[in-house]
Ligand binder design. Structure first.
Ligand code: SF4
Length: 491
């Protein structure tokens, strides 16, 4: 059997789990295709990587892709031997069955090379080190004199002036030579183990566990756990279960909430969950009516949708600043009247002034404004900072916010919440028949990804469809709050 090449991404998969490495190499179809949110993460990675290369006007791009590895290896060798190019992008190297492509390889003035790995994060992370360590191992093994290793990330402190991106200030270099060198022996051992796994005639036996989520969520989890019989109301449903609490329960052999003895000490909210599950009924454990009595009519319900561009697009913004592009507001003047208004920014310029102006209009100056998280408060605060001439009116809106999430969390628990107080968990239980299942856009991450994609090369019709889907999703969020507040009132 021909052993497939161990690429960098396969090495990193194997570093997490040998079975994941096997699936990556032989049974890739067992993972679901990337959804819109994951695809957006990939797209951001490409965008950032591409921009990082622009810092080097005289670099050489080795363009042959993964289907033409031999050509890429040959071209890399030829360019390096010619000795005239100061920087290579995507050069290819192979050593002992491991193939890597380097983001940026720089020739150092005093001889030797610097290996650079570009990441679209704003800080150096522990998981970046094995990534550069395996590259260093391959490059040195292939005979290249690599003297320095760095991870290049975006710099959160960079502020775009709205005229020209300053690439030197946008990117931050993190020297990690020592950390990468410290892992060289480990890489060597792991590569040997992984090649043995890949040469075997069958997949390794690995049981799912905590490693399936560290350092990344494994895409094969649904497949690996397909035959699991999950406990009904497992201890994972206990809200904010600390690892030490979990360890205590597991040490007592307890996997399900129904088996937790009444005298087993639990924090108050977990105790409520235990009682609700064991008595198989919802429990009212706080004063719902006095919590809601603070609401002032007319009651508005507000939800924002936002995106966080890695590369700042608007003056005064930094990498991953949150930009609201849409809101929905429902207004309840009395029990019989419900009005809806919304705003979606349909062009590519800065949506914030438009969102702010339309919102100021939509909620007026009277009444409470319900949300279902603290997110809207944060967005309003950021809008007020970015738009000082509207700050007073935006801060006045913030002062009227009323968060329904803690009202539910502090007063009511139904076993069907399954340990979650998110609106998507609570809604179908408190308002039977109402959910998000019929919508094209299932959550805020997908909303953001779809919005950004609409401005790519989507055809006009597709773009309009996306805008319709976004409106439907955001409207559902605020209508859900209306129905939820009414359900709480009824309780
Ligand atoms: S789900 Fe877990 S056990 Fe299965 S391949 Fe992934 S990491 Fe390995």
């Amino acid at each position: 059997m021909r052993v497939p090449t161990l690429s960098k991404s396969r090495y990193l998969s194997g570093d997490q789990c040998h079975l994941r490495l096997w699936y990556d190499s032989y049974e890739r179809d067992l993972a679901p295709p990337p959804d819109a949110s994951l695809q957006a993460v990939f797209d951001t990675g490409h965008e950032v990587g591409h921009l990082a290369c622009k810092r080097y006007p005289h670099g050489h791009f080795v363009a042959h892709d993964h289907r033409h590895v031999r050509d890429a290896l040959k071209e890399t060798r030829q360019v390096i031997e010619a000795g005239t190019v100061p920087v290579l992008f995507e050069p290819a190297f192979r050593h002992e069955g491991v193939l890597v492509r380097v983001d940026i390889l720089e020739r150092l003035p005093r001889g030797g090379w610097r290996l650079g790995e570009v990441k679209s994060t704003v800080r150096l992370k522990e998981i970046h080190i094995p990534d550069v360590a395996v590259q260093l191992w391959v490059l040195r093994g292939a005979g290249l004199d690599v003297r320095e290793v760095e991870v290049v990330t975006l710099d959160k402190n960079y502020v775009y002036d709205g005229i020209r991106l300053d690439l030197d200030a946008l990117f931050k270099r993190h020297p990690v030579t020592d950390q990468a060198e410290a892992l060289q022996e480990t890489v060597s051992t792991r590569v040997g183990e992984m090649l043995t796994v890949l040469s075997a005639s069958a997949a390794p036996e690995v049981s799912p566990g905590a490693h399936c989520f560290e350092p990344n969520d494994c895409p094969y989890y649904a497949h690996c756990t397909r035959d699991f019989v999950w406990p009904d109301h497992g201890i994972g449903e206990l809200p904010s279960l600390h690892p030490s609490g979990r360890a205590r329960l597991e040490a007592a052999g307890i996997e399900e909430i129904r088996d937790i003895p009444g005298d087993f000490g639990l924090p108050p909210l977990q105790d409520v969950v235990r009682r609700a599950v064991q008595q198989q009924r919802p429990i009212v454990h706080g004063d719902i009516s006095s919590s809601l009595a603070r609401l002032v009519s007319p009651i508005h319900y507000l939800d924002f949708e936002t995106f966080m561009p890695a590369i700042p697009r608007f003056p005064g913004t930094s990498p991953y600043d949150t930009i609201p592009f849409q809101f929905s507001v429902h207004t309840e003047r009395d029990a019989a009247s419900l009005e809806h208004t919304d705003y979606l920014h349909e062009v590519e310029d800065d949506p914030r002034p438009h969102v702010a102006d339309r919102l100021i209009e939509a909620v007026g100056t009277e009444g409470s404004i319900c949300t279902y998280s603290t997110y809207e408060r944060r967005i309003l605060k950021e809008l007020a900072t970015a738009l000082p001439e509207r700050a007073e009116r935006l801060n006045a809106i913030s002062d009227r916010l009323f968060d329904l999430h803690p009202v539910v969390k502090r007063t009511y628990y139904d076993p069907e919440f399954r340990g979650s107080f998110s609106i998507k968990s609570v809604l179908p239980v408190l308002v039977p028949g109402m959910s998000y299942d019929d919508l094209e856009i299932p959550d805020g991450r997908a909303a953001s990804a779809r919005y950004l994609r609409a401005f790519g090369n989507a055809a006009h019709e597709q773009r309009q469809q996306t805008f319709d889907d976004l409106r439907a999703y955001c409207e559902r969020d605020t209508l859900a709050m209306v129905r939820l507040r009414q359900a709480l009132d009824a309780l």
